[in-house]
Design a protein around this ligand. Structure first.
Ligand SMILES: Cc1cc2nc3c(=O)[nH]c(=O)nc-3n(C[C@H](O)[C@H](O)[C@H](O)COP(=O)(O)OP(=O)(O)OC[C@H]3O[C@@H](n4cnc5c(N)ncnc54)[C@H](O)[C@@H]3O)c2cc1C
Length: 413
């Protein structure tokens, strides 16, 4: 494709958008390149916002690129600019303030927003959500003064905020709808490990509870649970998942179903329009279904893949999903995608929280998580990608290198 003289626009100046812009220039795109974001900052990474940045261990905002990067690479970065609509027939974007911007190719990287809790008192002061640098700074001020926190939801955001708050000395109560933290993704075996980690650090974990309402005069003072319990608190962080930001897209004629539907090359149903990152529900060649992945590595890798696709390179995005989490002194990495499994087996020392957990289905590894064991997740993902049956005994034997398990299918008993 000769993109000379063309205008490529990226809507959504987060990690996926910023990495896509970088890749377009690296791949030699020399047309006009505009990166539009509604936040006031240049693109930054979100994982530190529930970890070291939240604990105020660093004042450095976790920017994706140095300040001068965008100008040096002739990338027009329009911050504090919201796109309000797309007119695909005209290849035009509508911007706040009745402005319009044309495009030859468009990449949507609009990410996700926290799901809101719709209960009485949800709008009281002191009920927080965490997505942006500003959110993180507001919560950081509360935890640095050791105020009492109630966390609603014990998914990744809730669990990491609870850990950071405990590390800063807050009393923390965690309310969870199911019986264990992170149970939906990890299942009961590893969910139990996370529950115990939080309890060991003094978090009061309340399972099988939903919020009936928040009460307080000016600001939130207590949470009333579905069981009628009253939990006194100084502030609340709600972490009950995110929703893809499809608002501006639905009228544009794009196929939307749990995010923007894209094919393996990250193209939407409209010619010349692509999507990547948290917003994209992408057909995965290995899993033979659409996956919407809300993790850092997906934004990091899918943005560049979409950029190549915009330049008509042959792209089939087939990365095995990967994410990481840090809570207290416990770090983990998870590779794979598992909705169902037959069993979870462990290699290493579960009691010491140094192990690899494998999710097995039909004797094949469909996901693997290393906790406080490092430099193994790539091998875990190789095992998953191989789709080979594994010898369970050798899988859990720490003396057998994981590399040895790939290509061994014939030897399985
Ligand atoms: C607190 C926190 C901690 C996390 N920790 C981890 C972790 O430990 N490990 C992990 O794997 N993942 C983690 N994640 C998830 C990871 O950060 C996300 O998957 C990643 O940020 C997705 O990047 P993205 O570029 O697709 O979207 P986003 O980061 O959401 O960026 C999208 C951008 O588009 C902008 N935008 C949206 N609509 C418009 C519009 N109409 N006009 C203009 N701009 C618009 C938004 O304002 C936003 O800046 C964490 C997320 C959060 C919030």
């Amino acid at each position: 494709m000769n993109a000379h003289g063309q205008t490529f626009v990226i809507v959504g100046a987060g990690l996926a958008g910023a990495k896509a812009a970088e890749t377009l220039r690296e791949e030699g795109f020399d047309g006009r390149l505009i990166l539009i974001g509604e936040e006031p900052e240049r693109p930054y990474e979100r994982p530190p916002l529930s970890k070291e940045y939240l604990r105020a261990e660093t004042e450095q905002k976790p920017f994706v690129h140095e300040r001068g990067f965008y100008a040096e690479n002739d990338i027009e970065l329009w911050t504090s600019t919201r796109v309000t609509g797309i007119e695909p027939g005209l290849n035009e974007l509508l911007l706040e303030g009745d402005r319009r911007q044309g495009f030859d190719r468009l990449l949507l990287t609009t990410g996700a927003v926290p799901r809101r809790l719709d209960v009485p008192g949800a709008n009281l002061d002191g009920v927080h959500y965490l997505r942006t640098v500003g959110d993180s700074e507001r919560i950081a001020r509360r935890i640095s003064s050791g105020e009492r926190l109630a966390v609603v939801g014990s998914g990744w955001i809730g669990a990491e905020v609870a850990a950071s708050a405990r590390q800063k000395g807050s009393e923390v109560t965690m309310l969870e709808m199911s019986s264990l933290p992170l149970e939906r993704v990890l299942g009961p075996e590893v969910g139990t490990i996370y529950r115990d980690i939080h309890r060991d650090h003094g978090v009061e974990f309340i399972p099988e509870t939903t919020v009936e309402r928040f009460e307080g005069s000016d600001a939130v003072e207590r949470v009333i649970t579905s069981a009628g319990a009253e939990i006194e608190t100084s502030f609340v962080v709600v972490g009950i998942g995110v929703m893809p930001r499809v608002g501006l897209l639905e009228t544009a004629g794009l196929r939307v179903d749990n995010g923007i539907l894209v094919d393996e090359s990250l193209q939407t149903s409209l010619p010349g329009v692509y999507a990547a990152g948290d917003i994209a529900n992408a057909r995965h060649p290995l899993y033979e279904r659409h996956l919407r992945i809300e993790h850092w590595a997906n934004a990091l890798n899918q943005g560049p893949a979409a950029a190549r696709s915009m330049l008509d390179h042959e792209v089939s995005y087939d990365e095995i999903p990967y994410f990481f989490s840090d809570q207290y002194e416990t770090g983990m990495e998870y590779g794979g995608y598992a909705l169902d499994w037959d069993e979870v087996v462990f290699r290493g020392d579960v009691a010491a929280r140094e192990f690899i957990a494998f999710w097995l289905q039909d004797e094949r590894v469909v996901a693997g998580m290393n906790m406080n064991v490092w430099d193994v997740n790539e091998q875990v993902r190789d095992l998953i990608r191989s789709e080979e049956r594994v010898d369970r005994r050798r899988l859990i034997d720490p003396d057998v290198a994981l590399e040895e398990l790939v290509g061994q299918e014939a030897g399985c008993s």
